[in-house]
Design a protein. Sequence first.
Lengths: 663, 77
Amino acid sequence: MIYDVSAVALAVFAAFVGLTLAISFYFGSRAKSSAGYFAAHGQIPWFVNGVAFAGDYLSAASFLGICGMIAFYGYDGFLYSIGYLAGWVVALLVVAEPMKRLGKFTFADALNARFQSRGIKIVAGVSTLVVSVFYLIPQMVGAGVLVQPLLNLPHWAGVVMVGAVVILIVVTAGMVSTTWVQFLKGALLVVFSLVLTVLVLNRGFSVQPGGVDGYLFREIALPNDGVDEPLLAPPVARVPGLPNETVVPAEGGWVGKPFVRTRDDATGRISVWRVREIGDGERLLSEAQSVTSTAGGETLIGGLPRGVGDGQATLHPVGQIVALPGGEDATGPVGPLEFFRTLGQSDVVLWRSEKIAEPDGGVTTVYYSDRVEGSRVLRPGEHPAFSGIRSGSLLDRVNFISLMLALFGGTASLPHILIRYYTVKDEAAARKSTIVGIACIGFFYVLTLYMGLGAMTSGALDPTDSNMAAPLLAKSIDETLFAMISAIAFTTVLGTVSGLILASAGAVTHDLIDSFRAEPLDDERKVLAAKGASVVVGVVAIVLGILFQGINVSYLVGWAFSVAASANLPALVLLLFWPRVTKQGIVAGVLVGMLSSLTWILLSADTFAKVYGLSAEDALAPFSQPGLVTIPLGFLTTAAVSLLTKPPEPLSHAGASEPVASS
Amino acid sequence: MASHNARLGLRLFTVYVVFYAAYVLTSAFAPAAMDVTPLAGVSLAIWSGAGLIVLALVLAGLYGAMAKDSVSEGVDA
């Protein structure tokens, strides 16, 4: 789609980003030592740290990804909300206080507290890096998504902007400024999501003939006696009801598909129609939309160049309610429960897509409408990844359980969340800040359902990109609100990326470089090395963010969680609750968990189809989400290797080396 | 006090795991059960999903109220 750039939106956006940078520079000038750079001297108040948890966590994945997935598939996106929040229960009840007690700067510190082993530091450092980079990809993709409707810039420009600004923030500042920036944005994001939800409820539902641009998609019913032979093969020259359009013969990937194309004799515009039997030999042609990437690298919309001028075309926004209960036209304001009740009894139009190979080497993506009962979007199983739970496929059910397990265990193993325990002064503060974090995050996740379903029925969706749903919902309500929400989301991406890069930089300098040197780096050089590492990680993130455009960011985050839960969780939990664990066990467990989950993801059907562009059937992993196999594998490996190696020395009396569950 | 908090945490954690597992297994193996509308015309899927979020908040609150602070506060532990 093509977006207008509004001056108000630009001004609000620039003000937010400017404020963020100002905060960073102000606090950055006060953090010189490595304790200040990595852990804010442990002096952040617990309430601020708690909201900053929400700021760290409610990133692109939650706001853009979950809302987008709900807007396109309904309830299935909410599964991520539930899983992400469940992870916080693990973080609070199992991990928070011991993490604070055992560590100093990094996750590796905590794992290594009992052993002083170089091996543990190295594998934990590497696993921190891997998880952080995986988690960075969706953030960068999200950044690219945000600048498109706001500034009408291409995806890559947004990614580069975020990358550059974040590198600037991290290099000049460190954990103090990152924390305050996250506090501000965590709070703003929750407040503005509430505002957006109230506006969605206040607007209620209304039956709309088309999207917000007023375009009406055409439908043509072909009676049984109209065309005797099948419409698709052999081709007919004309479709009744379209006097000025000629049917384009099906070639290449079009053969055998339920689509027919017609070319307007005057403009040359190609319309794609989805053909469906509607009983008794009668067929319905529904107008779809198409985007073609030609072999020569051009992008065509409906066969024409992208644009709004003569001889150009652009995609129309979509997503609306086509029937309300009782034949009403509009509901007026609805209550929070009435919202679900009404939607459940309505009919909505969702948009699906299918890729078709052109004979000349190009690829056309057809976006077509699908009218469904509202009750279908209020239950799990509409997303293709989850639909198997309704068809009875055992592997799909296992895949679903595997994802929910990874989300459950992943949060408490994310390095950039774990390092936030070092910014507060003691265990009580770690606990209290986690509770504040859970309150903010849980409240926000309830709102995602309203925002996502509101976007689904807003008529403003971009059919090509689910990540854009929440900002476009805001845009359909009010331009200024849209600017605020986009700016908050954008700066939240900035903050989350800063946190991740800091976690990576900490891992590189504190865990890896120190491990390979006889003497640890002195304080000043450590901070310098960390800044250098930040630049490198930032550049890597920019490149990956450009490569992964268009994949739902929440989906990508699911992978990061799988790797984190498989690599870090077994070692962490066994260290805390099993005195017999050895350093060899921890090293082996982290390595096996990390490598097995990574390998599984790279061999999965989703990666084959979405990243490599290969056929999903060729994938080697039996289902896409590795967690159900690789998390237990991590636990087994840690336990088995620990039992096969010499038990650790009897526990000393020092508090730091005592497991919490000493009986 | 660390072990008091750890035991308390594990107990509350177990409560949550039971509900979370019930939710995930019901969704996976009996998705039709999620379609029923037990209350106010809203589906069980919505009630149970939002319920899990509220349960997390309640357990977090309980933990916060019942956990004890370290006696050696202020000393490097």
